[in-house]
Design a binder for this molecule. Structure first.
Ligand code: PRP
Length: 181
């Protein structure tokens, strides 16, 4: 394996571990919705685009992919929890089976906001799927399909970034504190 970038402390999840888990999640979702006409996968930009791309290609059931984007304030400092919608879905999701797809649940504010926003649009059902959830104090947002629980430090790769860098690494790695402090 090539050397880690000097800003990275260690690999938390290897490419193989991630790919294996993504396949398992897709199999679980495909089984759970086997009787549904189709499902609606909603990826939260930017972080979820890689996870969603891999996840949906392992599904064996009909599905539609769409995206939302939000901006939030105070993520790494004083966490205000204020979330603002930047990009909305193209179509209504009324009477659809919806799964919100996130790369990571950190404070939980993003998923909580999206959850509440989309519930109001009267989908038939709504569940959440996240590759990662941090072990920390966060909002009580249920994650129905979870890839991994990770320690509470800054991680990058597989969609996750630091100032838009390291996002396309195939693995998830811990960012050295000196890289962002
Ligand atoms: C990250 C991540 C989640 C959110 C989780 O997005 O992709 O959407 O933070 O954090 P929370 O649980 O504390 O709300 P970010 O705002 O960094 O934007 P990006 O995905 O565009 O990089």
């Amino acid at each position: 394996m090539s050397e880690l970038h000097p800003d990275l402390a260690r690999v938390i999840l290897s490419e193989e571990e991630i790919q294996e888990r993504v396949k398992e999640l897709a199999a679980q979702i495909s089984a759970d919705y086997a009787d549904a006409e189709r499902i609606y996968l909603i990826g939260i930009l930017k972080g979820a685009f890689i996870f969603l791309a891999d996840l949906c290609r392992h599904l064996t059931i009909p599905h539609i992919v769409d995206f939302m984007s939000v901006s939030s304030y105070g993520r790494s400092g004083a966490v205000s929890g204020a979330v603002r919608l930047m990009l909305d879905l193209r179509e209504p999701i009324r009477d659809e089976h919806v799964i919100i797809v996130e790369d990571i649940v950190d404070t939980g504010h993003t998923l909580d906001y999206i959850n509440h926003t989309l519930q109001g649009r009267e989908p038939t059902s709504m569940r959440t799927c996240a590759l990662l959830e941090k072990k920390r104090e966060s909002l009580e947002v249920p994650v129905d399909y979870l890839g991994f629980t990770i320690p509470d430090f800054w991680v990058v790769g597989y969609g996750l970034d630091y100032a838009d860098t390291h996002r396309t690494l195939p693995f998830v790695a811990e960012l050295k504190p000196e890289a962002y402090q």
